[in-house]
Design a protein around this ligand. Structure first.
Ligand code: ADP
Ligand code: MG
Length: 382
């Protein structure tokens, strides 16, 4: 990929670029907890977006995406103020957010190329934002700490692109480490790394399902989670976010909630407990506990959060019967996307083949399955 992007950039713009890489991610556990101020435990994966950049003298910016084979040019002093609901929103959003910080980026040529499957729940969006931001910053004297790059990238996605994601994706794309998962406290942004044993593969299975109403459902779930915190706060005002609430609070006051709000809240509160416990288990090398927590997390996502889908349930059900699989669950925002399966590396290939065949027989769908390992966060490649 590196050679190709260098060649493409030279062919389009006749100059030699600096190249930055930022990974996609898979979340091992902790779903819909980030915007509730809770815990998540993602790992960066060895799929990434590359951003090749070189300065340009004529006050124009040119952005080319190899994935979309489209070149767009803008005068640096006339960047569209609003999103156009196209891929270019992501780099333009990043540029806009940097400017709002008082960081002026000089004119540039930018080439983007990614192998994170787009829209599959592995966060190609965070990887394009973070890679682009690192590339743009390299043209200035400004150095930003990685958590700040994550926050600004999230702001680009929230405020320019218009997607109300939490901080997880951008944070792990910035701070991921090889062979480690990252336990993140989404409120304080404190984090710690937990080693993933080298004989474990991250098998990511794409259901190939993307329910078209997913966007609306995501926002609806989010609203219910926020409603849950509001109701509990009327009883215990120190509850600002569901992160502050306990299962005890739900026992006491859950009956005052609409049923949907109660179920969403129960998922988020219990998921926070599971996520912290899962990090401890990983740290201690207790894979049995980790696996059990993942299956419990899937059941909670399915039954309480009601954000799974039949196809993901079929995959997880199959995985749970495979001795080589330590744990599995639907990962990402829900209603389709990918499952994450922690599988003994020596048996990952056989597991993959069996899962593919089983899934095809059950659904008629050919799943794409990616054998991944935990990888490092954003960095300059050349
Ligand atoms: P996910 O983050 O799960 O992959 P999103 O819908 O959040 O899904 O983001 C996908 C979008 O990000 C793509 O539709 C595209 O607009 C943009 N994107 C990601 N990678 C690239 C790329 N290499 N070139 C151009 N746009 C990209
Ligand atoms: Mg995304």
């Amino acid at each position: 990929m590196l050679k190709q992007i260098q060649e493409t950039h030279r062919a389009k713009f006749s100059d030699n670029p600096a190249v930055f890489s930022a990974p996609g991610r898979v979340n091992l556990i902790g779903e819909h907890t980030d915007y509730a101020g809770g815990f998540v435990m993602p790992a960066a994966i060895n799929f990434q977006t590359l951003a090749a950049i070189s300065p340009r003298a004529d006050g124009q910016i040119a952005i080319y995406s190899k994935n979309f084979d489209e070149l767009l040019t803008y005068p640096l002093d006339a960047i569209p103020a609003k999103a156009s609901h196209r891929w270019v929103d992501y780099p333009l959003g990043v540029l806009t957010v940097l400017r709002q910080q008082g960081i002026e980026i000089p004119a540039f040529n930018l080439t983007l190329d990614g192998n994170v499957p787009l829209g599959a729940g592995l966060s190609s969006s965070a990887s394009i934002e973070v890679a682009t931001m690192a590339a743009m910053l390299s043209l200035t004297a400004t150095k930003l700490p990685l958590p700040k790059i994550a926050l600004l990238s999230q702001s680009a996605e929230n405020n320019y692109v218009g997607a109300s994601c939490g901080i997880m994706d951008q944070f792990i794309s910035c701070c991921g480490e090889e062979d480690h998962a990252l336990l993140l406290d989404c409120r304080s942004l404190e984090y710690q790394m937990a080693p993933i044993p080298s004989d474990i593969s991250l098998v990511i299975a794409n259901t190939m399902v993307k329910h078209s109403h997913a966007g609306g459902e995501y926002n609806q779930r989010r609203a219910e989670v926020e409603e849950g915190a509001r109701i509990l706060a009327t009883h215990r005002p120190e509850i600002k976010l569901l992160r502050d609430a306990t299962m005890d609070d739900l026992e006491k006051w859950g009956s005052t909630m609409p049923e949907g709000v109660l179920k969403r809240s129960r998922h988020v509160i219990s998921e926070n407990l599971r996520t912290v416990a899962a990090a401890k288990a990983l740290e201690a090398g207790d894979l049995e506990t980790l696996g059990r927590l993942m299956y419990e997390a899937h059941a909670s996502y399915r039954d309480d959060f009601e954000a799974s889908c039949r196809e993901a349930d079929i995959m997880v059900e199959f995985a749970s019967k495979e001795p080589a699989c330590i744990g599995a669950r639907l990962t990402g925002g829900g209603f389709g996307g990918c499952t994450i399966n922690l599988v003994k590396a020596a048996e990952a290939k056989g597991f993959t083949e069996r899962l593919k065949e089983y899934y095809h027989t059950a659904t008629g769908i050919s799943a794409e399955i990616y054998l991944c390992r935990a990888s490092s966060g954003v960095h300059q490649v050349i």
